[in-house]
Every structure is written in C-alpha cells, then in structure tokens.
Design a binder for this molecule. Structure first.
Ligand SMILES: [Zn+2]
Ligand SMILES: [Zn+2]
Length: 295
C-alpha cells in the first residue's frame, strides 16, 4: 500500500517519494507520478478519411494510484504544473505537467516547512528548470544540501528537514528579474479558470513583446532570443510561439507582460486588450513612416 499525503503546494513526485521513504523504499519510478497527455485520435496520420480529433482541453492519462482513489483532478490542479500550462494556453498533446527532473529546494522553505509541518518537501513552484529562485523568500534554490553535501537528487526528502536546521545565510536576490519570474510562475500556478485558447495566449504575449521591445525588433529580426539571453541569462530559446516549449513560452510571457496580474488582465479585460491593440497600431504606423522616410 502506497502512502500519499501531499502537503500544500507539494510537487506530486515529492509526496510519493516521501511516502516511499516512510516504507523504507529509497527510489521513485517516474511511472508512479507521470501524468501524460493522451494523443488525439487520427492526429498526424496521412491515411485517407482519417479525421483528426478536435479537443479544447488536454486529456491526461494518470497513474493508477490516482484514478483508483479518484483524486486525479485534485492532483492535477494542486500538485503539478498543469494550471501554469492551462493559463498559458499550451499544447494539448505535448505539454509537460510532471517534469521528471524536479529535485531542488529553497533552504528557507525547507527550514520553515520542517518547523511548521514537520517535514521539508519539494514545492511545485520550484520544479520548472528555468526557476532559479524561491518566489516567497527570493532565495537561490539549491541542488546540493549545504549541511551534508549530498546532492538533493540523492537526498532523502524526509531527512531534508533535519539538515535544514543547520542551513544558514541563504543567498537571496529579492526583486531581481529571476525573483519576479518565479513570482509570475507561482501566481499562474494558482490559475483555476478554463484552459486558455492557444491563439489568445500567443496574441497577448506576441503583442506585449512587440510593445516592449519595439525598437530592438525594428533593427534585428532575431531580437527575441537575444533579449531573453540578455535579460534572463537563459540559453537557447525557440521564438516560434506555436512550437516553443512550455518553458520558452513561459519566459516570453513573463518578458512581455511582467506580472501574472497583467497577463490575466489582458486575458479577461476587453478594455486592456483594446488598449494594447491601439498601441500596436500606433507603433505599426510609426514603423511604416520610418520606412518611407528612409526609403
Ligand atoms: Zn522559500
Ligand atoms: Zn543533508
């Protein structure tokens, strides 16, 4: 019998791994926690008469533990990256809601969680590879335990709390772009609305980037990946919205909109969208003028 009792904001794999450790099992198989989108029927087939199925929402396949206990929705909403991908209108067939690389912690969260809840654990808001800082504390996330020098990858989660009592002086970068980015992610993880249409999300992000980086865009075709590298230190970014990975698109959404509040406002508030369109039109006009003047 598996033990599974997730804590607030705990990543699904962390809760399962803690359960295993209590039973004396050291490892966790990805098959126990991976929640995978089911491909659409007929998709990518060339045979005649094969109509591809249309779906508004991603449909997921869950490990049997969750289906048996009828907790699939609760897990998806509260213990995976699903709300972030739904808010950003990501693909319904390729999206990753349960990354298999997930072990990093905020030293301050570990300390406080042990004090308040009796155990440290891995927060889902820290799981995405591009998140480097804790949204709550602004502390750099760590991948090696400062107390016993064990990589978090190999560390028992149930003993992180005890180690955390010896942690001191975490490195903080409050109000840095990395901190703002982790707040952007943490807030979108609380998104509870219907999955956003991909075209809507792409429109908002594309136009917001255009307004913000207009001048650079005019002088450089490949502006997007350059800006991301400069402002964010991220390496290679796919700037095609449709094929961009969930992570590249999340970074672009952050650079364009700045905050989750702004992004969600553009999503729901018609006046804000109209204003954005107006600004885009004005810039288009200016660009055309510039072209005629230089011609
Ligand atoms: Zn923290
Ligand atoms: Zn340790």
């Amino acid at each position: 019998m598996k033990i599974f009792s997730p804590l607030p904001g705990e990543y699904v794999a962390s809760a399962l791994q803690r359960g295993n450790e209590m039973l004396g099992i050291k490892t966790l198989s990805p098959a126990d926690f991976r929640i995978i989108p089911i491909p659409r029927k007929g998709y990518a087939r060339t045979g005649l008469g094969q109509k591809s199925e249309y779906r508004k929402h991603a449909v997921f396949q869950f490990p049997s533990l969750f289906t048996e206990r009828k907790i699939t929705e609760e897990i998806l909403q509260n213990h995976t990256l699903y709300p972030l991908t739904a808010a950003l209108g990501r693909s319904t067939t390729n999206t990753i809601v349960t990354p298999t690389t997930w072990k990093k912690i905020c030293p301050d969260c570990a300390y406080e969680d042990f004090e308040n809840l009796g155990t440290a654990y891995v927060h889902r808001s820290h799981v995405q590879a591009s998140v480097q800082v804790c949204s709550i504390h602004g502390s750099n996330l760590i991948t090696t335990c400062p107390a016993c020098s064990t990589p978090i990858q190999n560390h028992d989660i149930t003993s992180l709390g005890v180690c955390s009592q010896k942690y001191k002086n975490s490195i903080r970068q409050l109000n840095s772009p990395n901190h703002s980015y982790s707040i952007f992610i943490a807030e979108l993880l609380n998104y509870k609305g219907a999955p956003v249409k991909r075209d809507d999300a792409q429109w908002i992000v594309g136009k917001s980037l255009y307004i913000k980086y207009f001048n650079e865009m005019c002088s450089d075709e490949n502006y997007s990946s350059k800006i991301i590298t400069r402002e964010f230190g991220a390496k290679s970014i796919n700037s095609n919205y449709r094929t961009a990975s969930d992570q590249s698109f999340t970074i672009q959404a952050f650079l364009g909109c700045g905050t989750a509040e702004r992004y969600l406002d553009l999503l729901t508030n018609k006046a804000a969208t109209a204003q954005l369109q107006k600004e885009v039109n004005a810039l288009d006009h200016a660009r055309r003028r510039r072209k005629t003047l230089t011609a």
